[in-house]
Structures are given as structure tokens and as C-alpha cells.
Design a protein around this ligand. Sequence first.
Ligand code: GCB
Length: 609
Amino acid sequence: PSPQHETPQDQAPQNQASQNQPLQNQPLQNIYGRTHQNLDGRWHYIVDPYETGYYDYRRKPYDESEKGSGGYYDDRQPKDKGDIVEYSFDGSPTLAIPGDWNSQDAKLEFYEGTVWMRQKFDAAPKDGKRYFLYFGAVNYEAHVYLNGKKLGSHKGGFTPFQFDVTGKLAAGSNTVVVKADNKRHQDEIPTVSTDWWNYGGITRDVLLAEVPATYIADYKVQLAKGDARRIEGYVQLDGARKQQEVTVTIPEANLSAKVRTDANGRATIRIPVKALRYWSPEDPKLYGLTIAAGGDKVSDRIGFRTIETRGRDILLNGKSTFWRGVSLHDENPLIPGRLRGSGDMRMLLQWAKDMNCNYVRLAHYPHSEEMIRLADEMGLMVWAEVPVYWTISWQNPATLQNAQQQLTELVVRDKNRASVVVWSIGNETPVSEPRNAFMFKLADTVRALDDTRLVGAALEVHRKGNEVTVEDPLADKLDLASFNEYAGWYWASNKDMLDFHFNIPYDKPVMITEFGADALGGFHGDADTRWSEEYQDQLYKNQFKMLEAIPGLRGMTPWVLVDFRSPRRPHPYFQDFWNRKGLISQTGKRKQAFHTLKAYYDKKQQQYQ
Ligand code: GCB
């Protein structure tokens, strides 16, 4: 049984997707390309720190009792003047959805617990159609109720899920209630300690999708692994009549294919190509594509490119590249809060482009589908990651399942995006036998799901005297020698960091997934004064000297594009609960090191022209 995604009726076996079957309740591929109604907007909310709306006074969940009611999801009104109801969504305040709650109510800035949210919407369900209620992301555990009945639950704060609501929608007014709980737990993914704000709530879109009785549930259309001359993929139908003719067309490239799905609704696609404009950051060409089958039809915009490594080179469309990157969180510092729409997302990605980046590390968890689509369109390669971060419960099988589930949900969602070049299975996980076994399984999981992209992880370094090296059996399972190193900040300083040198014992491209220093924007001192812009700037200059001496250096994603909120950073003057390693300050102002990194990237671009 799946602890991550349960429905009352049936439960999903894990990792079905790797066996070429859709996940239970797997979201429709390309949800934005479907007929849908948007349920975003103002949702009434009730803060419920004791979970009074979920458990009765004997701590039994109402939704597991025979009556299945009594909880806040009933959205009950007093029957008459003698009736007692101790909650009311009507008259309770509202939150903008999508949007975390922490940034919308001062009382909730540090809150971790349960909040109930309610939205009403009108529906006109048609006979012969299927309906899905889709959530882009809810952090962390969501229980969802439609018209007082439970649809199911989902764990994992950054990936989408949906419920089949065919036959459950009322003609006219409907009520959806979500219980979101962002409490941290040791056995969850992520675990109790991280270095980012634990924003709670419905942080991405809520949509009601309508599809025909037989519908295109999923598809993959990408170049075959390392083969620029062949498009390869599949179409997966679901619903009433699974055996259908499927037409795939890419008109602008003069390509099309007709295939027939089997009894399981599955068809393989293979299309030979002669001439294509390959996707790259310099020319982020996307082709319009249409898939039609069994009365359903869906359109997408897809880029085609190959990505592979050869020795220490990374080849994009066969050409050696240097990845001029930066790391970023899903946070708008100007709110501050989670990104609320494509305007916020464009702002961050444009800041990266202003630094002459061709690449971003979307740390430390899946960012939104819209973000990846923007990267496709704007020409930024993407490192996509799951929140397997620091001290995970390596020995707990349910925790492993959870990590595999989140990884699967990420790959299932973004597998058609040319911008995604690396799946990252974790960050700074400390080497030990149980950890190695856990991480090896994640590497196997992701390779079984998608063999057309690189697999990475942000590893750690070890120091032996003045030598800095990577000693991690996980490195053998990865395509990149990728690691974080904090020379000059957490160890050594600007004065002595250049006494160290790197020795990276892998015949693989070296990718520095993090380095950095805190600087409070506008605070000035000399290059030895911690927290000053000058210190950060000098550290970047020293880093370039050290890193340039690594023979296999093929890219980096310094930490981090912009200052971000973190409960781990309480210093009253320099931090005030912000991590200050941004190249851009909390107010959007560029620090000195921004310009230094840009100048370095301009040079690297010339070198790799
Ligand atoms: C790291 C982590 C990152 C932190 C950063 C820091 O190694 O991967 O999440 O925010 O260091 O600032 O300490």
C-alpha cells in the first residue's frame, strides 16, 4: 500500500510507472493543454493547530468513522437557532490560491500545522465525459473532500496529484475542502531539518479537467537516447475503449505517425527525423505537436535535443558545453513567499539570464510545471531535484517509497521538457551503508523511468590536508561528478582558501552544484569582513581560480541567485531569518559578486563558442 497517495477505494502499488503503467491517480500529462476550469482564487480558511476539524475528542478521525462526517469538510451550517456548530468557513478570512499561507497572514509566518481551505465552484458535468480534480502542489500532506465526501490524500509538497471526480460533481454548486498539514517529521521527505522556509498550503494551481470517455492519459515524445535522428516515446490511453488509432503530428517539422494502442491502451511511437532545429539555450526552438486518439486531442510544444557525457565532456546535441548556472529556490523575495504565477517565475529566470546563465539548478525540490515550461521557452537548461536532503531516515522502507514516489511524480510530469537535462536524486546526503543502499535505489528508479537524461546528486567533499576530494560510492552511479563545496565560507576563509586544491578522481564532467558566501546587500567592508559584499565578491574570484584548475570542470551553480528565507538563520542584524548567500538581495538589488560571476560567464561563453 502506498503511504503517499491513498484513495479510500484502492491503493496504488509503488513504481508502476517504471513498469510502463500509469501511477494510480497519476495526473494527466500536460494538464494546461486540457479543457479545464480554474479553481484558483480566494479560498476561505480555518487555522486548526489541534486538528479539531479532523479528529473527534477521542482522537479518532471523523472521516474514518462509519458516518464519515463531523469534520470541518462537512462545511456545516447550524440547522436552526438551537444548533451548535463551532466553525464556519463563511465569515472566515480568505487566502489567495495558489499561495502559501505564511506570506498572507502575519499570524501564520512561522506556523506549521493544519489549515483547512474551502472553495465553492459551479460545474455542469456532461454525460460521457471524465472529470479530474487536479492540484499542482500542496505542502505537505493534503486530504481532499468534495461535497463532504473524501476523495483521498497525498503526501509530498512539490508534485501534482489528481482525483477522478466523474459522477461526483453536482450540477450547479460544488464545495471542495482541503486539509493541508505542513508539520515536519523525521520519516518524511524532506525530513525535519532543511535550510528553507516550510511554506504551507496550496501553493500551485487547482484545476478541474474534462476529458472524453477515452482519453490520452500520458505520453512521451522526445529524441531517443543519444540519437538525434529518431523521436521515440509512447502514448497511453485510459478509459472506455483502450484500443484506438493514435495520430501524432509535428506539422512544422513535417513529421507524423499513426499507431494503434494495445489492450492496455499503450502504443510505442518511433518517428525517424531528417532535419530538425535542435533545442539549445542559444536557440530554444519548440515545435507544436498534436496527439489525437479516440475522440481526444491534446497539443503541446516540445523541444528536441540530445544530452550525453563522453569522458569529461557534456555533449548537448553532440557539442561540448559549459554550464553557466545558478541555484535557486521557488521563492519570490519581494513577497516574500512561494512563486505565485508565471510573472514571478519569469522574473527569477530573467535574473539568471541577466547574469549570462544558460542553466539553472532548481533546488531542492520540484519547482512548478510552469517554471520548467518557461525554461524551455527562455532557453535555460534545468537541473531538477527531489527533497532528499541531509538526514533522511535511510532505514525506513516507507521513507524510501515516499522518495521514489516523489521522484516518479517529477519525472512523469516533466519528461517532455527539453530544458530538463539532469534528474537529481538528492543533496548532501552523508555517506553510510544504509544511505548508499537508499540512494542506489533512487538512481535505479530514475533510470528505469527515463534513460534520456543525466542523473546527478549534490555530493559532499572531504578534506585531506590541503587536498579536497570526493569519496562517495554514489558517484559511480551518477553521470556527473557533482558536489557542493564551501571553501572560504564554512571552512577556510578568503585569506587561506587558495592554499587548497581539488583532486576529483572521476573520469566524468565535474559540476560544482554549490559554493557561496553570505553578504548583506549594502553592507560594505574589506574582503576579510564576513557578511560584506566585498567578502562575497572576493570569495567568488578565489573560487574561479581554484575551480579552473580542475581538469574536468564543465559547469557550476553557485549558491544562490537571490537571498531566501530560512528559519535556520536567526542573526538579528545580518540575517533576520534570511540566508544571505544571494547574488541578488532581498529587495532585488544586485550585489558586487553578481557582476563578477557575469564577467566570468561571459569569458566561459567565449571559450566554448
Ligand atoms: C548547503 C545546502 C543549501 C544551504 C547552503 C547554505 O550546502 O545545500 O541548502 O542553503 O548550504 O547556505 O548553507
